[in-house]
Design a protein around this ligand. Structure first.
Ligand code: SF4
Ligand code: SF4
Length: 334
């Protein structure tokens, strides 16, 4: 069954961050809009702020000076001093934000704000001088953009009217009409393949991969028919979870069967998001997963290049432009 599309109002978006000066997830310097809410639960997720479809309070103990201002400000009595940190009863918290407003150390963060699509686009346009200089633009990320398609399409339309390059990052787990509406409006789309087996995908992410694989096939067809947007398949490389040779080969075979020549970008696993789990009182589920070795990445790249000789293949989100140049260089060789 396809996931429901949830949205409070047609052109409002629940986002947990709008970050300028990002250098990944598309060419040049970018502003990334992080939508809140995701239907998947990947144990290695590096940004748990995007998981819940509701605003939450995050607490960074490292910044806290134990001044107690938040305890006094909380109308629900949800906070109390616990040694040198502040303990929070999340069952009592109504996410009113009062504790965030009084925290001068920025130890408390409201992760999730409802903003109009127009306000977000206006924020993006503020950095347009940087985009124009080096071919950057806006990237819609998450969380999952497909859960809030009306706001996403409006942001894309507004940015397009100002000739701002746009990219979308998605798990591909959403209704096809929503995905198609994004394809029709963006310049670059990233879709993940987390595991080629439906069963293993369900075990690792909480949902099967059939809808995602269908949407990837439809995206490849759409791109072949319309010539746009640029299509990059992202393969997270999570040692021990999706790096067995059988899955690597099965993934490569699936991509080889797609129409056109989608590019492939390997995303090496990292643990940079671990502290965010602590900030939300959540347990990180991939703490025993090692970062992938260069040897493992080279092995995966070799399998992909052998099965997909005409596809660009790169590692790391900041390297996707090298993919294109490498393929073009190979194409002009005698
Ligand atoms: S968000 Fe409001 S209810 Fe929740 S802990 Fe802070 S002050 Fe209390
Ligand atoms: S207001 Fe901020 S710095 Fe002060 S105790 Fe609360 S979280 Fe810590």
């Amino acid at each position: 069954m396809e996931p429901a599309v949830t949205q409070s109002r047609e052109t409002d978006a629940l986002v947990f961050d709008v970050s300028p000066y990002m250098i990944e997830d598309g060419p040049g310097i970018r502003t990334t809009v992080f939508f809140k809410g995701c239907p998947l639960r990947c144990s290695w997720c590096s940004n748990p702020f995007g998981l819940s479809p509701r605003a939450e309070i995050a607490y960074n103990q490292g910044r806290c000076i134990s001044c107690g201002a938040c305890i006094a400000a909380c109308p629900q009595g949800a906070l109390q001093l616990a040694g040198e940190s502040i303990a929070m009863d999340r069952g009592k918290c109504t996410v009113c934000g009062s504790c965030v407003d009084v925290c001068l150390s920025n130890a408390r963060i409201l992760t999730g704000r409802t903003c109009s699509a127009r306000d977000i686009a206006t924020r993006v346009m503020r950095d347009s001088q940087f985009y124009r200089r080096d071919g950057g633009g806006v990237t819609l990320s998450g969380g999952e953009v497909l859960l809030q398609p009306s706001a996403a399409t409006e942001i894309l339309d507004l940015c397009r009217s100002e000739f701002i390059h746009s990219a979308v990052e998605t798990s591909g787990y959403g209704p096809w009409p929503a995905l198609r509406s994004l394809l029709e409006r963006c310049d670059l789309i990233f879709v993940d393949i987390k595991h080629a087996s439906d069963q293993a995908h369900r075990r690792l992410t909480g949902v099967g991969n059939r809808l995602i694989m269908e949407n990837i096939t439809r995206t490849a067809q759409h791109v072949q028919e319309h010539g746009t947007p640029r299509f990059v398949l992202r393969l997270p490389v999570i040692p021990g979870l999706n790096t067995d040779p059988e899955n690597m080969q099965r993934t490569a075979d699936f991509i080889a069967g797609l129409p056109g020549r989608p590019e492939v970008n390997l995303l090496p696993y990292h643990q940079l998001g671990v502290t965010k789990y602590e900030m939300l009182d959540m347990v990180y589920g991939a703490s025993d997963v090692p970062v992938p070795s260069p040897t493992l990445l080279r092995k995966y790249e070799r399998i992909l290049r052998t099965s997909l000789p005409e596809c660009g293949c790169s590692s790391g989100g900041w390297q996707i432009d090298r993919t294109v140049s490498a393929v073009r260089a190979a194409a002009v060789k005698p």
